[in-house]
Design a protein around this ligand. Structure first.
Ligand code: MG
Length: 296
């Protein structure tokens, strides 16, 4: 049997759901996710974070708040390389696409590099299964971290060369000896992600559709939510595959690109431009919850 909810939510986590400052999730957001799920709205996280992060920061608080019977949340982690689902009973098995993993010898080099040279500003995320992520310590100022990150990224690029792996960082391409570029060094505001070029929020969007379809769920429309330019890839993919989609940008300071679908910011809710990150995420979740209450 097919069900057609009015819309589904495809949510980046860092920024719209978890505070980029404290890295945790406001109880009000946990409450709203539960209410939307109870109303039959599919919720799928699409994050660069690990499954462990999502279990701890999102799943456990949602379980503690009480999840209704029959409500399944999907979590696509590591930009599509891993995924799992959870219900009131807890987490299911974590799937890993090993063909999308960074070679282990390279990951070991980066772990050593961080320990020897960068441990004052950043740490190696041991919970990642396919990506290599090196993240800012919460107690370090972001400005200090960003300066050090430049140096780290240059070292990470050089290590790619030593392993004869082709790599791209922003617009800088350094192919391997076979002329391929299979990996990416991606600096974000609080981390550097090193990953297969095949990973991305678009891969996460395609996995999200697959997971819902498996359960006979075909949403009438989608809202995608993110705080980075790369998050638009979710909406791009859905739009190109003939889904109705609106994208919510909770940190539009980088400018809102022209898109063939609707892009919403806090201003759409009549809020000021300084309502960003999880404050904007919270406001949109509340709006969607209210829209369902009105439709009843
Ligand atoms: Mg984000």
């Amino acid at each position: 049997m097919e069900t057609t909810p009015a819309f589904a939510l495809l949510l980046d986590v860092d920024g719209p759901i978890a505070s980029p400052v404290t890295r945790d999730v406001k109880p009000e957001i946990i409450g709203l996710l539960g209410e939307l799920g109870t109303a039959g709205i599919p919720i799928i996280f699409n994050t660069g974070r690990s499954d462990a992060f999502i279990r701890e920061q999102v799943m456990e608080p949602m379980l503690a708040a009480g999840m209704p019977e029959g409500f399944t949340v999907h979590a696509i982690c590591e930009k599509g390389a891993t995924w799992f689902s959870f219900t009131a009973e807890g987490a299911g098995v974590v799937h890993v696409d090993h063909s999308l993993a960074v070679p282990e010898a390279y990951a070991d080099d980066i772990r050593r590099l961080v320990a020897e040279k960068y441990s004052g500003h950043m740490f190696f995320d041991e919970t990642k299964r396919a990506m290599v992520s090196v993240e800012q310590h919460v107690q370090v100022s972001n400005a200090d971290y960003r300066a050090e990150q430049e140096l780290f990224d240059a070292d990470a690029m050089a290590a790619m060369g030593r392993h004869d792996l082709g790599v791209v960082r922003l617009d800088h391409h350094v192919p391997g000896s076979d002329d391929t570029v299979d990996y990416r060094v991606d600096p974000t505001i609080i981390s550097t992600d090193i990953e297969s070029v095949r990973l991305g929020k678009d891969l996460g969007a395609s996995r999200a559709c697959e997971l819902l379809r498996r359960d006979g769920i075909v949403p009438a429309a989608w809202y995608t939510v993110g705080d980075s330019r790369t998050d638009y890839a979710m909406a791009d993919w859905l739009h190109h595959n003939d889904h109705v989609v609106s994208h919510v940008d909770v940190r539009p300071a980088d400018g809102v690109p022209a898109k063939p679908y609707e892009v919403l910011t806090a201003a759409y809710l009549g809020l000021d431009d300084d309502v960003i990150h999880d404050d904007a995420g919270l406001a949109f979740l509340a709006r969607w919850r209210d829209s369902l209450a009105l439709a009843d």
